[in-house]
Design a protein around this ligand. Structure first.
Ligand code: DGL
Length: 268
């Protein structure tokens, strides 16, 4: 081995979400790629993305992606279904970095479903996007897809905690239609929702499968870094930043991550 490592290989992988939901994706990325450095950006000041217009999300997504590229990231993971739905194409066109975007796991859900009914929990913006309609058209032909928007859920998880009565009341309303329709696979189409996976499962009949996209995204990132010759070179470091006030998110970050992490302010 030896020799000088290419400069870009040693740079961090940037990961962003509207808030802290993307930490569920980050966990899978770190588990698969422990040697990489990560820069996680929570755009907390603009949470929730799910109720914002597509034009806003496109503009904001491109701004963030360009700033992360300039900051020296070697790859970008859009750890947010809503930002992907609205802005993935614009982001890919705006930067030179390899980009991994995630979308609700409709395809694997169809492969698993025996009842022919699948549920999708996601934000209003994701479910109304053309990208989601295309995804369903392409992979779920002949299946019944119950697409349940969950307005307020991502904010409630961040602001009141995953176990709060507010979250419980929202979940009662959002999960009941899926159970009533006989869904046997439920797609967690927002990166915040794995944080309440147990509470969702408790509202569904036993045996219903829940799907999140952390692991497939980690596999995809691994493949992409390998193909681009960008794999390795880090030290397993993690930096967490927010566009909001670090003091307002730090307790939640630590609770979700399970150990103390410093959070800095960063303005894209
Ligand atoms: N975590 C985001 C997603 O995956 C959205 C949450 C929000 O509405 O900001 O869609």
């Amino acid at each position: 081995m030896g020799g000088i490592m290419p400069f870009h290989m040693t740079h961090p992988i940037a990961v962003f979400d509207s808030g802290l939901g993307g930490l569920t994706v980050l966990r899978a990325l770190r588990a698969r790629l422990p040697q990489e450095d990560f820069f996680y950006f929570a755009d907390t000041r603009f949470l929730p993305y799910g109720d914002r217009p597509e034009s806003f999300l496109k503009e904001r997504g491109v701004l963030i992606a360009r700033a992360l590229e300039q900051r020296g990231a070697k790859a970008l993971v859009i750890a947010c279904n809503t930002a992907t739905a609205a802005a993935a194409e614009a982001i890919r066109a705006a930067i030179k970095l390899p980009v991994v975007a995630l979308e609700p796991g409709v395809k694997p859900a169809v492969a698993l479903s025996k009842s022919g009914v699948i549920g999708v929990l996601a934000t209003t913006r994701t479910l109304h996007s053309e990208r989601f309609q295309r995804l369903v058209g392409r992979h779920a032909d002949g299946y019944r897809v119950i697409a349940q928007a969950c307005p307020g859920l991502a904010e409630a998880i961040e602001q009141t905690g995953a176990d709060s009565p507010q979250v419980a009341a929202l979940l009662d309303g959002f999960v009941a239609p899926l159970a009533a329709a006989g869904a046997d696979v439920v797609v967690l189409g927002c990166t915040h929702y794995p944080l309440v996976a147990e509470a969702i499962a408790a509202r569904l009949p036993a045996g219903v499968k829940l799907l999140d996209t952390g692991e497939p995204v980690a596999r995809q990132l691994d493949r992409l870094l390998m193909a681009e010759n960008l794999l390795g070179g880090g030290l397993g470091r993690l930096t967490v930043a927010t566009s909001g006030a670090p003091a307002t998110v730090i307790a939640t970050v630590n609770r979700l991550w399970g150990k103390h992490l410093a959070v800095e302010h960063w303005e894209p």
